[in-house]
Design a protein around this ligand. Structure first.
Ligand code: DC
Length: 218
């Protein structure tokens, strides 16, 4: 049993969950784990290697040969594949377009969920993703489902110059059989459409307090 705790932040694409998780990590001194980066890194490597993404067996075979390594730099999680950190390539149009296909493969999820749980062996974490409160850490009492209007979410991607069909990804992430995006039991919903970063952070801290997290000095 780990003595560490996890705050689970789930929600659709561009809902503001990464920003919120980072702010919480800074404020509370926790490690922020971006689980989407792990799915993106595996997708990047499969694309690099020209693996046929319509063939689950081919994905599984390629995955078995991959060295997926997760760590921490400061308060932020890192991921590398076969010793390479894909960096900006994680957010390329190609990766955006294929990551939901790769994330629907059960073998990929099994492998990455194991790596995600490992973080709790050494740190308290705030982890963001799609299934953190439902699958990765279902027992944590600290769960927030972050949402925002679809038009606001699409606009956020455009504002950072990213080509990303958030509606398509959300549809695929919500409809897949394994660990679909949904509101976890016990999660509080936080709609960030009309929040600033600061007011969203304050709202999240109130939610976590109401869920029993002891927070002092903020
Ligand atoms: O959070 P993100 O947009 O970077 O995530 C990229 C994709 O990874 C997302 O469309 C679905 C997948 N993902 C997932 O299936 N489960 C997670 N816990 C995190 C991400």
């Amino acid at each position: 049993m780990s003595s560490h705790f996890a705050i689970a932040i789930d929600g659709p694409a561009a809902s503001g969950k990464s920003t919120l998780a980072k702010e919480l990590a800074k404020k509370l001194g926790l490690v922020m784990v971006n689980s989407g980066a792990m799915y993106r890194a595996v997708t990047w490597k499969l694309l690099e290697d020209g693996v046929d993404l319509t063939n689950e067996d081919a994905i599984e075979t390629a995955l078995r040969a991959m060295d997926v390594s997760c760590g921490v730099d400061g308060l932020l999680s890192t991921v590398s594949i076969d010793g390479i950190d894909p960096g900006e390539a994680l957010r390329s149009e190609e990766v955006n377009g294929k990551v939901s296909v790769v994330a629907a493969v059960a073998a990929v999820r099994d492998r990455l969920v194991g790596l995600q749980r490992n973080y709790l062996l050494s740190s308290d974490v705030v982890m963001e993703g799609r299934d953190i409160g439902t699958v990765v850490f279902p027992e944590t009492p600290y769960k927030i489902y972050v949402d925002a209007d679809e038009s606001v979410r699409a606009q956020r991607r455009v504002a950072v110059g990213e080509v990303d069909s958030v509606a398509d990804r959300d549809r695929d992430d919500s409809r897949r059989k394994t660990a679909p995006l949904k509101v976890a039991d016990g999660a509080a919903i936080l709609d960030t459409s009309n929040h600033t970063i600061e007011s969203g952070l304050e709202a999240a801290i109130e939610i976590l307090r109401s869920q029993g997290l002891q927070i002092s000095g903020v």
